[in-house]
Design a protein around this ligand. Structure first.
Ligand code: UGA
Length: 439
């Protein structure tokens, strides 16, 4: 089989590379000349564990190639994935201009039957717009080439994307013809070894599945953040409550970790987009509106604790920040709660010394030199009035606390992810604040 993947961002690059890994002939296409030149040299635009090696291996085996030329690359393909960005517009709705531009380009240049698949997260109804855009271009050319559209939402998590793609829990494909279903079945056959299902459905349901999945996960997080905040007020410990409810399989023990709010490029964007889609169609997503509101508030929870502890006197204080990316194992800074916390501290005249294992370069695009970047996590602690644990990178889980206390001016820890044990920290002589744990 031959496929084209248009868009070499996070989803497109992982998708293309993983299909090549199982032996499919893949061309990844992007209009960004620099990006493609770099990819040809093995330089990736994102950090994702294992991806660089996989790109190199498949490029060498000539199963994976990169191109700026959609017109040529689309010819002879069985499937064309559209994996370009859908940035949120001013009003929160997904902007489809890139998706539809790709659809038009496919319509202008395709020479044979192809299944055109939306892989980006797109609102319900987008596949139909893609179909119309392609039809219009074919009509202009006077070409009578059959094609199908399909929706194949992506469920991969940053930091675990390769595993998620190669061993998916499920693959969801929305189709409107038997022919497209057959092509997609053949394409995904190598990924079904672990017995998880390939679920075919109609196109709008597939499009909705993606939003419903992310919205449900975001809801779990905001719900737990609300419970955590109440735990603090009532003198309960959310870590215990989490274990207590998580062992009920109907609830499940995943995605019930409270923290400083969800971030990243997906949950915030998709929750907003679903609220918007609903309101445009005369329906109000009341639960999701609250999910969003709780999340916005939660980003300030750690700052409020700091402000209370220091009685509002933050000017001139130095804060060590461990972790900047929105979650571990990624350099993604989009909607990262660290930015909200750091900006609030800076506004109060505090000094911030930050360290992140991979996201410092990315963070510097936004934070510039308003913060000092440490060589390692310990260096940030020198003369710090408090330590803020913001992203739960594995290397922060078990630091040498003797060294930590020696380096810090004041032994105060604000743990935004509850990775340390409150009782142990207090035994070690730290003033410890977690999320939803007794102070
Ligand atoms: C999310 C979904 O998990 C993927 O299934 C989906 O494919 C992806 O969005 C997407 O739409 O492309 P991702 O944004 O990479 O993946 O990150 P997650 O691991 O889901 O974490 C999202 C946020 O939730 C992070 O800020 C994380 O810190 C937070 N979180 C997660 C919590 O606060 N508590 C939890 O228990 C779990």
């Amino acid at each position: 089989m031959r496929i084209a993947v248009v868009g070499t961002g996070y989803v497109g690059l992982v998708t293309g590379t993983c299909f090549a890994e199982v032996g499919i002939d893949v061309t990844c296409i992007d209009i960004d000349v620099n990006k493609i030149e770099n990819l040809k040299k093995g330089i990736l635009p994102i950090y994702e564990p294992g991806l660089e090696e996989m790109v190199m291996r498949n490029t060498q085996k000539e199963r994976l190639s990169f191109s700026n030329d959609l017109a040529t690359s689309i010819q002879g393909c069985d499937v064309a994935f559209i994996a370009v960005g859908t940035p949120p517009g001013e009003d929160g709705s997904a902007d489809l201009k890139h998706v539809l531009a790709v659809a038009r380009a496919i319509g202008q240049h395709m020479t044979n039957y192809v299944v055109v698949v939306t892989k980006s997260t797109v609102p319900v109804g987008t596949a139909n717009k893609v179909r119309t855009a392609i039809e219009q271009e074919l009509e202009k050319r006077g070409a009578n080439i059959p094609f199908d559209v399909a929706s194949n939402p992506e469920f991969l998590k940053e930091g675990a994307a390769i595993d998620d793609f190669l061993k998916p829990d499920r693959i969801v494909v929305g189709v409107a013809s038997q022919r497209a279903e057959e092509v997609m079945s053949k394409l995904y056959k190598p990924f079904l070894m672990n017995g998880h299902p390939l679920i075919f459905m109609d196109i709008p349901s597939a499009e909705m599945t993606k939003y419903a999945a992310n919205a449900m996960l975001a809801t779990k997080i905001s719900f737990m953040n609300d419970i955590a905040n109440l735990c603090e007020i009532m003198g309960a410990d959310v870590n215990m409550v989490r274990k207590g409810i998580g062992s009920d399989v109907r609830i499940g023990n995943k995605f019930i970790y409270p923290g400083i709010g969800y971030g990243g490029s997906c949950f915030p964007k998709d929750v907003k987009a679903l609220i918007k889609t609903a309101s445009e169609n005369g329906y109000e997503m009341r639960v999701l509106k609250s999910v969003e509101e709780v999340n916005e508030n939660q980003k300030s929870v750690l700052f409020n604790k700091i402000n209370n502890h220091f009685k509002g006197e933050l000017a001139g204080k130095t804060f060590a920040v461990w972790g900047l990316s929105f979650k571990p194992k990624t350099d993604d800074m989009r909607e990262a709660p660290s930015l909200v916390i750091i900006n609030k501290l800076l506004e109060q005249g505090a000094k911030v010394k930050a360290y992140d294992p991979v996201a410092m370069k990315e963070a510097s695009h936004t934070l510039g030199n308003t913060v000092e970047y440490g060589k390692d996590e310990y260096e940030t602690l020198i003369d710090a009035d408090a330590l803020l644990l913001v992203t739960e990178w594995p290397e922060f889980r078990s630091p040498n606390f003797n060294v930590v206390s020696r380096l810090m001016k004041d032994k105060v820890v604000f743990d935004g992810r509850n990775i340390y044990d409150a009782a142990e920290m207090r035994e070690k002589g730290f003033v410890y604040y977690g999320i939803g744990v007794k102070q």
